[in-house]
Design a protein around this ligand. Structure first.
Ligand SMILES: CC(C)(COP(=O)(O)OP(=O)(O)OC[C@H]1O[C@@H](n2cnc3c(N)ncnc32)[C@H](O)[C@@H]1OP(=O)(O)O)[C@@H](O)C(=O)NCCC(=O)NCCS
Length: 280
């Protein structure tokens, strides 16, 4: 077994692991990590085979996100997950990142608790399964997307500038970049991804219920997939109500956890949906 930095050649191995776990990420997501964090993603390799992974991504040195903590089912309960996690913590400590965050599955949570992460809030994954042909009619075009204003708004809520990620989502799935504006100012916005088995809405943010609903309706009409997923902040009653009203069902709970000082908190409760557990 060898723990080393992940490279582009490991992407098929990473994709194999997330597929085995029923996760929705694509090769584009792995490339997004490697492109933004070329020294901060790791694999456990066994004779050329990727047996485990963990990624990090830094947001302006304010905080970093740990994600894609995955171990091949054949190799679980041998300490590989813990070793990968310790490696990411060591890497971030060396980079002098004071705050580490992640969104934990119930399987991953004990590992993180053992390494000093504490609970911050809860996120619920919601799924909509619909049959082909049940899409609502296309909404009217929404006009220009005021990107810079959206980036500043997002920074205020997220706690750091992540426009580099939002730009990459926009480049890959421009149809899911949605903005509801009034007087040129965004009242609500969203980005999205075409995942392995579902289209994924997030981040999704709105200042009012009407704007949130309009964004959701747009996403529902722009996606052509039968399965849609959204990771909603549990405390955001607006998001929860709208998802229920549009037929989504809760499927699993994630716990946002933090290690170290938590200075740049942002306003997570203001998000209807996060970008995704692997990015925050
Ligand atoms: C969560 C996950 C990454 C853990 O990986 P792992 O390699 O099995 O993790 P570890 O082996 O380090 O730890 C798992 C358990 O095995 C125990 N363990 C560690 N080394 C061991 C050994 N040599 N012998 C027996 N047990 C051992 C650990 O103490 C831990 O037990 P605990 O949960 O009661 O504390 C893995 O289950 C996984 O890929 N799950 C699916 C994806 C997922 O949910 N990832 C987490 C995202 S937040």
């Amino acid at each position: 077994m060898r723990l080393r930095v992940m490279t582009e050649r490991d992407v098929p191995g990473g994709l194999r692991l997330n597929t085995l776990s029923g996760w929705n990420q694509t090769a584009a997501d792995w490339h997004r990590f490697l492109c933004n964090s070329p020294r901060g993603c790791f694999v456990m390799e066994n004779h050329g085979k990727v047996a485990g992974t963990a990624t990090t991504i830094c947001y302006e040195n304010r905080f970093a996100w740990i994600g894609m903590v995955l171990v091949d089912p054949e190799y679980r309960n041998q300490g590989i997950g813990t070793q990968l996690l310790k490696k990411t913590i060591e890497y971030l400590d060396d980079a002098r990142v004071a705050t580490m965050k992640l969104d934990a599955t119930p399987l991953g949570k004990p590992l993180y608790t053992n390494l000093g992460f504490v609970d911050e809030c809860e996120i619920e994954r919601w799924i909509l399964k619909r049959s082909a042909g049940t899409r609502p009619a296309l909404c009217a075009p929404l006009g220009e997307i005021p990107m810079e204003q959206i980036f500043r708004f997002d920074e205020e809520l997220f706690g750091a500038d992540r426009s580099f990620l939002l730009r990459s989502l926009f480049a890959e799935a421009p149809e899911f970049a949605i903005a509801v504006c009034e007087g040129g100012l965004p009242l609500g916005y969203a980005f999205g991804r075409c995942g392995l088995f579902a289209d994924h809405l997030g981040p999704w943010m709105a200042r009012s219920r009407a704007a949130a609903e309009k964004v959701l309706q747009e996403f529902l009409s722009r996606s052509s997939r039968e399965t849609l997923i959204v990771d909603c902040m549990k405390s955001n009653s607006m998001g929860v109500e709208l998802l229920s009203a549009y037929g989504f069902a809760p499927s699993r709970l994630l716990t946002r956890m933090v290690r170290g000082s938590n200075v740049y908190r942002g306003r997570p409760a203001s998000f209807c949906a996060i970008l995704g557990p692997e990015f925050g």
